[in-house]
Write a protein that binds this ligand. Structure first.
Ligand code: URA
Length: 286
């Protein structure tokens, strides 16, 4: 087992107590977090403060420890459910599905309220981070129900294959199939490897489709399959490993985190405030 790396306080608190970004802001502003390090105790205000493996972090005076994630679950999100745990407008939220998975569980990204289908829930922040990185080649496949017939050589499909221009830049289908073409309604499968907000809806509209319904049926190696609407299924260990494999493996994350720490040392040095403790730690830890 590799030695844990120093990490940002906000990540540490997420991995220790499931604190959201808003929770972290509140806890720090209220001075409820303390770090005992190298014989001194501080009450950090900055969420990017580094926590080293030997430090003791307390929240409200109680020690907390960050442990790696342990599970991923597949939810068949029903229509009308928002992908958060609190909704000021009172819409149904993910809370009933997250609660049984423990206080640290959260949704990997989001589906629109009017999109149904596969949403992964996890307590593994590192895996979620990798799955959500754009252009990471983890395809997400959607079924689009559209108005009217769609022939194999429909020019709208060509547009989606070549790429359509959205506000955030071009977006193109990584895979596209006509599953069923009918006189009134057709079904298309479209895969993308990004997750921009409303991306599939925008792509369909710009290509000229009139979208009736949107469902996500696959995320990387995990298929929605016959999971009933509203049901939750904890993934088997082999499926959890397959997700990690799809994002390049745990070593890739560790290397990315080490690279970020080296970059932090370099930028601290460049601004005239060298991070001696971090530089020392990196030099001592292969
Ligand atoms: N793209 C969308 O437009 N909506 C979703 O919910 C997911 C992807």
């Amino acid at each position: 087992m590799d030695r844990p790396l120093p990490c940002r306080l906000d990540k540490f608190l997420r991995d220790a107590i499931g604190a959201s970004r808003a929770d972290v802001t509140r806890l720090l502003a209220e001075g409820r977090v303390a770090i005992q390090a190298e014989g001194a105790t501080t009450h950090p205000a900055d969420p990017s403060t580094l926590v080293f493996p030997d430090d003791l972090v307390t929240v409200d005076g109680r020690p907390v420890t960050a442990t790696p994630g342990t599970l991923v679950a597949a939810l068949h999100k029903p229509l009308g459910v928002v992908s958060t745990t609190h909704d000021p407008l009172g819409h149904p939220t993910l809370a009933p599905w997250l609660e049984p998975l423990g206080p640290r569980a959260f949704a990997v990204g989001r589906l629109d309220a009017d999109t149904s289908g596969l949403l992964l829930l996890t307590d593994d922040g590192d895996l979620a981070y990798m799955l959500l990185r754009p252009h990471h080649h983890v395809d997400k496949t959607y079924h689009l129900q559209v108005v009217g017939p769609v022939a194999e050589d429909d020019p709208r499909l060509l547009l989606l294959r070549d790429g359509v221009m959205l506000h955030g830049g071009p977006a193109r289908a990584r895979a596209l199939d006509v599953i069923e073409s009918g006189p009134h309604v057709s079904l298309i499968a479209l895969a993308i490897d990004e997750g921009r907000r409303h991306q599939v809806r925008h792509m369909a509209r710009v290509a000229g489709f009139d979208l009736l319904a949107l469902e996500r049926v696959r995320v990387g190696p995990i298929a929605l399959g016959p999971l009933p609407v509203g049901a939750l299924r904890v993934l088997a260990p082999a499926e959890y490993d397959a997700l990690w494999h799809a994002v390049g493996g745990r070593d890739v994350v560790r290397q990315a985190q080490r690279d970020a720490l080296h970059a932090r040392v370099a930028s601290a040095a460049a601004t005239g405030h060298p991070h001696a403790r971090l530089a020392r730690w990196l030099a001592e830890t292969p």
